[in-house]
Structure formats: C-alpha cells, structure tokens
Ligand binder design. Structure first.
Ligand code: HEM
Ligand code: HEM
Length: 165
C-alpha cells in the first residue's frame, strides 16, 4: 500500500511523461543496439553505428536514474489513492503500476549485463522487454481511456494537471 497524497506534483507529472518519451525512444530505436553488436561480431565498420550505441545506453541509464527518483518520491511524498471502484479493478491497476516500476529497473540492468557481462544469457532476457512493455502500455492506455471516457473520473486529468498544495 503506497503512501497517499492529495495529487501528483509537477515533478511527478514531469517524470511520468519524460519517462514515457524515453521508453518510446528505446522501443523504437532498440534495434540499433542489436545492429551495432552484429556489425562488431562480423568485423564490419561500426563507426556509423556509434551514435545509436551511445544513445541507447545513455537513454537507458537516464530512465533507470529517473525511475529510482520517481519511486523515491512515491515512498516519501506519496501518490493519490486510486479512484474508488471494485476491489479487483483497483488492485489490478496498482499491480500494473508496480510491474511498470519493475520493468523500468530490470530492463536497463539486463541491458548492461548483456552488453558488458554475458550477451548469451542476458541478451535474450533483455530482448523480451519489448513485447512485455508493449503489452503493459496497451493495457495501461486502455485503462486510462476507460477511466476518462467511460467512467468519466479524474484519473487521466490528475496525470495531466499538477496538484497545488
Ligand atoms: C529501459 C531501458 C531500455 C529499454 C526499454 C531497452 C530496449 C531495447 C530494445 C527494444 C532492444 C531491441 C531488442 C530486440 O532486438 O528485439 C534492445 C536491445 C539491446 N539493448 Fe536495450 N533497452 C534499455 C536499456 C539498455 C541499457 C542501459 C543497455 C546497456 C548497455 C542496453 C543494451 C542493449 C543491448 C546489448 C541490446 C541488443 C541485445 C541483442 O542483440 O540481443 N539496453 N533494448
Ligand atoms: C512507457 C509508457 C508508460 C509508463 C512506463 C507509465 C507508467 C506509469 C506508472 C508507474 C504510473 C503509476 C503512478 C506513479 O506511481 O507515479 C502511471 C500512472 C498513470 N499513467 Fe502512465 N505510463 C506510461 C504511459 C502512459 C500513457 C501513454 C498514458 C495516457 C494515455 C498514461 C496515463 C497514466 C495515468 C492517467 C496514470 C494515473 C493513474 C492513477 O493516478 O491512478 N500513462 N503510469
């Protein structure tokens, strides 16, 4: 059970939407990393692929740091309570949020382990992140739209407009 606040702060909203953009970047351009490693193994010229390589690692590490900051804020200042509803729906929503946090932490770590420790073991695990993220995002966005357009509650609005304390 997370600590409860009256609403998300500007910093919490900024972190949510910035991390969304960065994760989309990684999902769209992740193949650059596989291409770099393939070229390296086949003895091809990797110079044109270096920008993609550094961007993937850099953006991945930024996601990790911002996620830890965001989780820290969740523990200290808290998040607003879920909008009331059937217990199963509320719990499923909270579980999905924790799964996102888990993915946002485990994915960069398996990426680092794949690149610098053991590609055979961790490369496969890291590549699984794409379908898992896509599934979670589809469920999450569907839930946000369902709250906004069908239930007509404040769930999506409060993720757009900061709470003033
Ligand atoms: C949340 C952060 C990250 C996301 C969402 C992400 C996403 C992706 C995606 C979608 C791919 C393509 C997978 C495929 O081939 O199907 C990929 C590949 C790869 N990523 Fe990441 N990545 C992240 C962080 C990192 C970090 C920090 C590293 C550190 C070096 C890294 C290293 C790699 C490597 C080595 C590959 C190629 C794996 C292979 O060839 O099998 N990733 N990543
Ligand atoms: C990579 C994509 C995304 C990730 C990783 C993500 C992650 C999260 C997480 C972890 C939370 C829990 C709140 C917290 O603990 O701070 C959350 C809440 C929320 N997200 Fe996302 N999100 C993503 C994309 C989106 C998109 C595209 C939308 C809009 C359609 C959206 C709408 C919301 C809403 C409305 C909440 C508030 C739920 C509530 O207050 O009960 N998210 N998101």
């Amino acid at each position: 059970m997370a600590k409860q606040s009256n609403g998300y702060t500007v910093l919490q909203l900024s972190l949510h939407w910035l991390i969304v953009l960065l994760v989309f970047f990684q999902l769209i351009f992740g193949e650059d990393m596989a291409r770099y490693n393939y070229a390296l193994r086949s003895g091809e010229d990797v110079a044109p692929l270096m920008t993609g390589y550094y961007l993937h690692i850099g953006v991945g590490l930024v996601i990790l740091v911002l996620t830890l900051l965001r989780f820290g804020l969740r523990l200290t200042i808290g998040v607003p309570a879920s909008v009331p509803g059937p217990a199963l729906r509320v719990r499923a929503g909270e579980a999905l949020h924790y799964l996102f946090y888990l993915m946002l932490i485990v994915t960069p770590i398996t990426g680092l382990l794949a690149q610098f420790v053991d590609m055979r073991t961790f490369g496969g695990i890291h590549s699984l992140n794409k379908p898992i993220f896509v599934l979670l995002i589809v469920l999450h966005v569907a839930a946000a739209l369902y709250h906004h357009f069908i239930l007509k509650d404040s769930t999506l609005r409060r993720m757009m407009v900061p709470h003033t304390f």
